[in-house]
Ligand binder design. Structure first.
Ligand SMILES: Cc1cc2nc3c(=O)[nH]c(=O)nc-3n(C[C@H](O)[C@H](O)[C@H](O)COP(=O)(O)OP(=O)(O)OC[C@H]3O[C@@H](n4cnc5c(N)ncnc54)[C@H](O)[C@@H]3O)c2cc1C
Length: 426
């Protein structure tokens, strides 16, 4: 029995634990710096919504019962409604529905299901405990509980699933074992939560569509319906165009939304505006590594290895897919990590690098390209049989439907990606 230490109980760390334990020759210990989500109060549970499509859902579906358990905590979306300041929204229907689920709920279900299925001898999860260092020579992780003395623990294999600010990656990079590039994307965001239905139940915002609205200067709102009749989402903007900068009171924030984002007007209340005003502005870091493993014993997965901009909502889908692809490598090489690890890097790196480019340049920023984008996703799609110029799909269409590898999506849509990149540079 091999002992695998996983750093980080986020979506990919937990799903990988499911995959490893289902192989029956691993014992898994997970260390997570945040508190146990089972003990957190419901009111503190809201983070941001994640939309899962076939790549993420298929990775989850390989573990018996997981998809059904997750679906109970999420909402199925048929597509997106692109709202406008005036007029009816444009509707984009998808052949395959997406599952919309709050990040904390996703983690909670993955965790509870893991602990229900496997005994304490096989899996242990320690919360409030951060990995601060790794000694690759002695095969030890150095861990620091929030309250208490640091300690070391031995591993046979170690997985860095500790997200965009991964300490595992930092240790490997400081040793020169891995090269990685970190950047901040030009946009920042604030989380917003509003009820989906008015208190008198006379007006409701559609519960089976993602709602988006783009304003001038690249300001965007994306709101996902949640099962408790709320909309959770993010207001995205560039730091030098903060739409709320001059809103010094809650009333001013509410007035801004009512004037500029009409679809939300009936449901947004003063208390929602107050909470939005209090929330910090979050920056988004991206990460690009030249490999996803080091030696025979260390694996790097998820945001730790390839954090991307959330603009096309693929970071979590790709992270969950990492777990599935690595399990397939273990199958192929009969659990010989010395062969499975390089095979994983060889198979996965081109896809996650392609995802980076797709995330940066699928979504246009200039007004003319934005109009073209909406036209091609709505009316243009219907006109395709008669107008060969419209025959090439946009990256979003190939990403949202099916499981074409990201590198193949990039190859087929390189023309659009180049145009968006050029429009951003100019
Ligand atoms: C606003 C926003 C919206 C998004 N929407 C989508 C979407 O719609 N669809 C989609 O696919 N993706 C989306 N994403 C991306 C998605 O959230 C991430 O890609 C995904 O969470 C990555 O999972 P992970 O397990 O790799 O990392 P994380 O979710 O970051 O989990 C890492 C875990 O490691 C823990 N940790 C960190 N350091 C240490 C340490 N030293 N020791 C121990 N534990 C540690 C952290 O506390 C955390 O729990 C969105 C991201 C943002 C910011």
């Amino acid at each position: 029995m091999q002992k695998v230490i996983i750093i980080g109980a986020g979506p990919v760390g937990l799903l990988l634990a499911h995959y490893l334990l289902s192989r029956r020759n691993y014992q898994v210990e997970i260390y997570e710096s945040r508190p146990d989500p089972r003990l957190a109060e419901q009111s503190n549970q809201r983070t941001f919504p994640i939309a899962l499509q076939s790549r993420g859902l298929n990775a989850i579906d390989q573990i018996v019962g997981l998809k059904v358990a997750l679906a109970k905590k999420g909402v199925w979306s048929q597509g997106a409604l692109i709202h406008r300041q005036k007029g009816q929204p444009r509707q984009i229907n998808r052949k395959t529905p997406s599952l919309l689920i709050d990040r904390n709920q996703l983690n909670l279900v993955l965790l509870e299901n893991l602990l229900e299925k496997h005994s304490q001898e096989l899996v242990r999860v320690k919360f409030d405990c951060s990995c601060v260092d790794i000694n690759l020579e002695t095969q030890e992780a150095i861990l620091q509980p929030n309250n208490g003395e640091s300690f070391t623990t031995k591993y046979d294999r170690l997985v860095g699933a500790d997200g965009v600010r991964s300490q595992v990656r930092e240790v490997l990079s400081a040793r020169g074992d891995i090269e990685c590039q970190k950047d901040f994307i030009p946009d920042v965001y604030k989380s917003l939560h509003v009820p989906r239905i008015t208190p008198d139940k006379t007006i409701e915002i559609a519960g089976n569509y993602i709602h988006t609205l783009t304003l001038s200067k690249g300001i965007r709102l994306v709101m996902d319906p949640q099962p408790d009749d709320w909309l959770h989402g993010t207001l995205i903007f560039s730091p030098d165009n903060n739409p709320l900068e001059n809103c010094t009171t809650d009333e001013a924030v509410l007035a801004y939304f009512k004037e500029n984002i009409p679809f939300i007007k009936p449901v947004m209340r003063l208390e929602d505006a107050a909470l939005l005003r209090q929330r910090p502005i979050s920056k988004i870091m991206t990460v690009k590594c030249d490999r996803m493993h080091v030696g025979d014993r260390i694996l790097l997965v998820g945001d730790a290895a390839h954090a991307v901009s959330p603009s096309i909502g693929q970071g979590c889908n790709a992270s969950l897919q990492d777990a599935q692809v690595f399990a397939q490598c273990l199958d192929r090489y009969e659990d010989k990590w010395e062969e499975a690890l390089p095979a994983f890097t060889a198979e996965r790196l081109s896809d996650v690098h392609a995802l980076r480019e797709l995330s940066d340049y699928s979504f246009p920023r200039s007004k003319p390209m934005m109009l073209e984008f909406v036209f091609r996703l709505t009316i243009g799609k219907k006109l395709r049989p008669w107008f060969p110029l419209l025959k090439n799909p946009l990256p979003m269409e190939l990403i949202m439907e099916g499981e074409l590898p990201y590198s193949e999506v990039l190859k087929r849509t390189q023309g659009w990606i180049n145009r968006v990149r050029e429009s951003m540079q100019s």
